[in-house]
Design a protein around this ligand. Structure first.
Ligand code: PLP
Length: 430
């Protein structure tokens, strides 16, 4: 805990070494040109940094595709099919074979579609691809409970509550770890955040999915804090439904459209509560009656937000040739190193990590609890270390492995220690 020069040098030297041997180090250059080097940006889990390909591509979309081609672009520039095409690009990053992911709307809206569709599937024949058989949920006792991760990001909880009222269910909040033991014949749907947005805790996706499946209920996974940060492997784990946003680790830009995954075998029975014309089997028939399209397209609603969608599309270029496994390895190394630096620099007892130490339980952020967290984060930001603050007492530091360096982690911990030491020296009560 001593603060002598030589001891403080050690983590800095280690950071330099780790950065030198980082196989993703070349990726950071793709984010240059916007002052990323002037700060330590540890908020890529909230708004991903701007990728260099985006401004030029957006200008081209506006000037050429919209400006000159106008209406022709729906066909000629591939606008109409962009939700599925960009969806497949996101799909690769979450272990989904093509044809199962569609991009559009916000995560909030996709949670609504997925939860209502999950209840309908559970009641209408269960999870087998034909809607019959041993995993069938139909014909059994009434399924009238939606189990929701009690620590969920608020929007998911609000929407689950409304979906429950609309479908005659009740929401039962539970700690995510308790869900596998709680699923049963009354479960109509389960909604879990893969990574807890406050603590950075990674929940057990394979185990929870398998337990819910055995009980005949679909799980909706919210991947907002795992997509682009760690391997999800939706297909491999037999996940039924998933949603996630694209402006965090995927860097799609403010409000970029979210995604919805529907497992292929379940798609014929995905009965959307928002059956807009874009999900119609033949939208330009302009038919008065609704007939759902085949495939992931069924998850669409209305006209896609093309400017945001194509900004996301350009931002995804940085992922070409990148394996999610290497991103995960660096993410864990970064968060391990940051925790070590915090332990070395920060006065004992001043800030406590609430992020699990075990790799199997950690996402790509570190959350530190400290009593005056709001003031501390404001001061960190003044000193060029950008994380965020979650009331009442949490400092959040997100580590986006494509552009965050070990040197950034070291500097963040060092500046944090300075701020916490000064705040105490300044007479704050202990
Ligand atoms: C960021 C986040 C959201 C955001 O939802 P929006 O509809 O994009 O505002 C939802 N759920 C979780 C778990 C999140 O982390």
């Amino acid at each position: 805990m001593s603060d002598t020069g030589t001891e403080a040098m050690e983590p800095r030297a280690e950071a330099a070494k780790l950065d030198e041997s980082d196989e993703l180090r070349g990726k950071r250059a793709e984010f240059s040109g916007y002052g990323l080097d002037e700060v330590v940006y540890l908020d890529g889990n909230s708004l991903g940094a701007l990728h260099r390909a985006v401004p030029g591509r957006l200008a081209e979309v506006v000037e050429h595709e919209w400006g000159r081609l106008r209406i022709r672009s729906w066909d000629e520039s591939g606008w109409w099919t962009a939700p599925e095409r960009v969806g497949d690009r996101v799909g690769r990053l979450v272990g989904a074979a093509p044809g199962q992911v569609v991009v559009g709307d916000s995560t909030s809206v996709n949670v609504f579609k997925a939860v209502v569709a999950a209840v309908r599937i559970a009641r209408g024949g269960g999870l087998s691809d034909t809607g019959a058989g041993p995993e069938s949920g139909g014909g059994g006792p009434a399924r009238d409970e939606i189990l929701v991760d009690a620590a969920t990001f608020p929007t998911d909880g609000y929407i689950a509550e409304s979906a429950a009222r609309m479908t005659g269910c009740a929401v039962r909040p539970l700690p995510a770890a308790g869900i596998p033991a709680a699923v049963g014949a009354r479960t109509a749907a389960v909604l879990v955040n893969h990574v807890d947005y406050r603590t950075g805790r990674l929940h057990d996706l394979p185990g929870t999915t398998a337990a819910a499946r055995a009980a005949g209920a679909p799980v909706v996974w919210d991947l907002c804090h795992s997509v682009g940060a760690l391997p999800v492997e939706l297909d491999a784990h037999g996940v039924d439904l998933a949603v996630g946003c694209t402006y965090k680790f995927l860097g799609g830009g403010p409000g970029s459209p979210a995604f919805l995954y529907v497992r292929r075998g379940l798609q014929p029975r995905f009965d959307s509560p928002l059956p807009g014309w874009n999900s119609h089997a033949d939208p330009f028939a302009m038919a008065s009656g609704y007939a759902p399209a085949e495939g992931a397209v069924r998850g669409r609603v209305g006209t896609p937000d093309i400017l945001s969608m194509l900004a996301l599309d350009a931002a995804l270029d940085v992922w070409d040739g990148v394996s999610v496994e290497s991103v995960r390895a660096k993410s864990l190394a970064l968060t391990d190193f940051f925790l070590r630096c915090v332990a070395a620099y920060v006065p004992a007892g001043r800030a406590e990590s609430i992020t699990p130490a075990a790799h199997a339980e950690r996402g790509s952020q570190v959350a530190l609890r400290c009593p005056d967290a709001g003031d501390v984060m404001a001061e960190l930001i003044r000193r060029g270390v950008v994380g965020d603050y979650r009331r009442p007492d949490v400092l959040r530091f997100g580590f986006a492995p494509l552009y965050t360096r070990f040197a950034d982690a070291e500097r963040a911990a060092r500046v944090l220690a300075e701020v916490l030491t000064e705040a105490r020296g300044g007479g704050a009560a202990d």
